[in-house]
Design a protein around this ligand. Structure first.
Ligand code: COA
Length: 267
């Protein structure tokens, strides 16, 4: 799909394109199964941050080049000889990249087109929604390398599928197929390969009809539950109240009462 688009080349490791208010990001290291080296993570962070305040972008689709891998993990060749300090920095930086995705005020969908392993699964989990192909495979095989996950895999996996199932997944290092991922709640939808991007577009096109500020508010409130558990309810109360002063709230409620579709302007 991305091959047919007018692709920008400003990132060393990514193909990017904005079309119909959707920002497409494709990790472009197919020969290394889109393994996430430092440059790739930096490019992803910069790409996502670049659309935070862009009114022409209403959602993001993140995928990997080719039919085999979304991302087969952090780049083992790059980190194999890291020191304790370098390993810690690698994890800190990875956390920051994935937090930039998690906190993106626009919906980010991972279109998982193949292997999502280690950092690749962590990258997918940092997205707001995951759609995968039938052939996609998921795993956190870090224990095979003698290390824990380092890009918040221990945190987000437990949040998504529950502690007991996450612990088994993390401690066995087993790979699971798409049907199991769906059953566990790791992915939202499983589709045939040729439906992957269209399914993501269908979801984003639906979200695009909603009030942009309310979408950003939903993301903030849900993130608050996981990051500041005690404050989550208060954050939602404040968010909710603040919307009563917005033009989109007036438009949304007026449109309902006038029995017509709302025309949201993002203010
Ligand atoms: N880091 C760096 N390079 C990687 C990589 C990773 N995480 N995953 C795959 N690659 C590279 C391979 O080294 C190989 O490169 P080469 O052709 O220069 O030798 C290329 O991608 C193709 O991978 P290959 O292993 O030959 O493909 P495969 O079909 O036999 O196996 C996997 C596919 C996904 C099962 C296998 O690549 C794998 O286990 N990867 C590592 C997964 C992992 O442990 N991730 C967690 C890292 S923290």
């Amino acid at each position: 799909m991305i091959d047919q688009l007018n692709v920008e080349t400003k990132y060393q490791t990514l193909l990017t394109e904005i079309k119909d208010q959707i920002f497409y990001i494709t990790i472009n290291r197919e020969d290394k199964l889109n393994a996430l080296n430092i440059q790739t993570l930096s490019d992803i962070k910069n790409a996502v941050l670049s659309i935070y305040d862009d009114p022409n972008v209403r959602g993001v689709i993140l995928t990997g080049k080719g039919l085999k891998a979304f991302a087969a993990g952090a780049d083992i060749a790059e980190f194999a000889n890291f020191t304790v300090e370098e390993g810690t920095k690698m994890s800190e930086d990875g956390h920051a990249v994935l937090r930039a995705i998690d906190h993106c005020p626009k919906p980010v969908i991972a279109a998982v087109n193949g292997f999502a392993l280690g950092g690749g699964n962590e990258l997918a989990m940092s997205c707001h929604i995951r759609v995968c192909t039938e052939k996609a495979r998921f795993g956190q095989p870090e224990v095979n390398l003698g290390v824990t996950p380092g890009y918040a895999g221990t945190q987000r996996l437990a949040q998504l599928i529950g502690k007991g199932r996450a612990l088994e997944f993390l401690m066995t290092g087993d790979m699971i197929d798409s049907a199991t991922a769906l059953q566990l709640g790791l992915v939202n939808h499983v589709v045939p390969a040729d439906q992957l991007i269209p399914k993501c577009e269908e979801i984003l096109n639906k979200i695009k009809t909603k009030a942009p500020m309310a979408i950003a508010g939903v993301i903030r409130c849900v993130n608050a539950y996981y990051e500041k558990r005690a404050d989550g309810n208060n954050i939602e109360i404040n968010e909710f109240g603040n919307f009563f002063g917005s033009e989109d709230f007036i438009e949304g409620t007026t449109a309902f009462l006038e029995k017509r579709p709302a025309n949201f302007r993002g203010n």
